[in-house]
Design a protein around this ligand. Structure first.
Ligand code: SAM
Length: 191
């Protein structure tokens, strides 16, 4: 089998946390369904596909940078996931494509697309509806970003406050990434 090939590594530093927090969840399911928003060259995608042979992965990414490398990146992604292609569904476009997916379909949603706070809150709100109760949601770069424009933290903090107030989530890992479990929640007040 051809080895995957990458030019950039935004993922490997997360593996210890994923092994501790994500792996037990995915192993407890016969055929876990995962949605990844922002796949780039597929480094995190390949890790999931390699480690969980029954896992089915949906990825959303426009693969449309303004430089000439975008088509190369998409080609590299496709080559990297080719050995698992029957388990991968590729949606080429922005994260708005989440609107076309069924509610409560996924066991894990990984938010790693556009890193502006505005995009992260958009992706969090749409992605949360696609998650099953008991499913996990990962936010990349909670402790990263440039603290100005590319800055997921304010969005994740708002998401935590807004959904936490309705008991709809539980924070299960707080390090470089944040990981939440979706809980049943309480009914919102009636007016
Ligand atoms: C940090 S990379 C993802 C890294 C990948 N998850 C990994 O671990 O190797 C971010 C990706 O988000 C994609 N992206 C940017 N804006 C997006 C949007 N609006 N919707 C979905 N993906 C987006 C970029 O094309 C890029 O491939």
């Amino acid at each position: 089998m051809q080895q995957p090939s990458f030019t950039t590594d935004w993922f490997s530093h997360n593996i210890p946390t994923w092994e501790q927090v994500i792996s037990p969840h995915l192993r407890s399911l016969p055929s876990p369904k995962v949605l990844e928003v922002g796949a780039f060259e597929g480094r995190s995608s390949v890790w999931l596909l390699q480690n969980f042979p029954a896992l089915r992965l949906t990825v959303i990414d426009p693969w449309a940078f303004t430089n000439d490398a975008s088509e190369d990146t998409f080609k590299r992604f496709k080559n990297n996931v080719a050995p698992y292609s029957e388990r991968v569904s590729v949606m080429k476009g922005k994260s708005q494509l989440m609107r076309s997916l069924p509610d409560r379909e996924f066991d894990l949603v990984y938010i790693d697309g556009e890193h502006t706070s505005a995009a992260v809150i958009h992706d969090a709100v749409l992605g949360f509806e696609l998650l099953k109760v008991g499913g996990l949601m990962i936010f990349d770069d909670y402790q990263g970003g440039d603290k100005t424009v590319m800055y997921p933290k304010p969005a994740v903090d708002f998401f935590h406050q807004a959904y936490g107030a309705l008991n709809r989530l539980e924070l299960i890992s707080d390090s470089y990434q944040r990981i939440y479990r979706k809980t049943d929640g309480i009914a919102p007040p009636q007016y």
